[in-house]
Design a protein around this ligand. Structure first.
Ligand code: SF4
Ligand code: SF4
Length: 172
C-alpha cells in the first residue's frame, strides 16, 4: 500500500495556488469537486497508475508546488484535451498542466527526456528522426511521405521565445 503523506496548508501554498489561478486556462481550479471523470477518461491514466489528472487538480487546489513540479508526472500528460472536454466544471486540467510546465521551465525544473525532445525538434523539426523506415510504414498505411519540417519557422519561434535557453542551455 502506498504511503500517504500528510499535507499541511501554509500561506505559501495558498500563494502558489493563487499564482497558478492567474495563468491562462487555470482560473477554475477551485471548481474541482473531485468527481474523477478526468482520470477515468484520460488515456495516459489508463496506462500509468501514478498519473491521475484528478490528483493534479487536487494538489493544485492545495497549492502543493513541490509535489506538482517534482518528478515525471507533469511531463506524462499527452495534451490530448480529453479532460478539458469531459470536466463538468470546466476545470481544464490540461491547461493547468501547461501552466505548471511553464512554471517548471521558468524554475529550471525540466525533465531530461523533455529536453531531449525539444533538442530534436530544434535540430530535426520532429521529436524523432523521420527516416526511410518511417516513410515506408506511412506508405503501407496509404499515407504520403512525412512533410519536411518548417525549420525556418521553428527556428524563429525558438529564438523569439528564448525557449532553448530557458531549458537550461540546450543549444543547436
Ligand atoms: S478536474 Fe473536473 S473532471 Fe477532474 S475531478 Fe475535478 S471536477 Fe472532476
Ligand atoms: S490532456 Fe493530459 S491529463 Fe488531460 S486527458 Fe489528456 S493526457 Fe490526460
Amino acid at each position: 500500500m502506498t504511503e500517504q503523506k500528510e499535507i499541511k496548508i501554509t500561506g505559501e501554498n495558498t500563494a502558489f495556488r493563487n499564482e497558478l489561478m492567474q495563468k491562462k486556462g487555470a482560473e477554475r481550479i477551485m471548481y474541482c469537486y473531485q468527481c474523477g471523470i478526468c482520470t477515468a477518461d484520460c488515456p495516459v491514466a489508463k496506462r500509468v497508475k501514478e498519473f491521475r489528472p484528478r490528483r493534479i487538480a487536487r494538489l493544485a487546489v492545495l497549492g502543493q508546488k513541490d509535489r506538482l513540479l517534482s518528478g515525471d508526472t507533469l511531463w506524462l500528460c499527452a495534451g490530448c484535451y480529453t479532460c478539458y472536454e469531459r470536466c463538468p466544471e470546466k476545470v481544464k486540467v490540461s491547461e493547468i498542466v501547461s501552466a505548471l510546465r511553464n512554471i517548471a521551465v521558468e524554475e529550471g525544473l525540466v525533465r531530461p527526456t523533455f529536453k531531449a525532445l525539444m533538442k530534436s525538434i530544434s535540430e530535426k523539426g520532429y521529436i524523432y528522426e523521420i527516416d526511410e523506415f518511417e516513410n515506408e510504414m506511412r506508405e503501407d498505411e496509404g499515407l504520403p511521405e512525412a512533410p519536411s519540417p518548417a525549420q525556418e519557422e521553428i527556428d524563429k519561434i525558438l529564438k523569439k521565445t528564448g525557449f532553448m535557453e530557458r531549458l537550461g542551455g540546450v543549444q543547436r
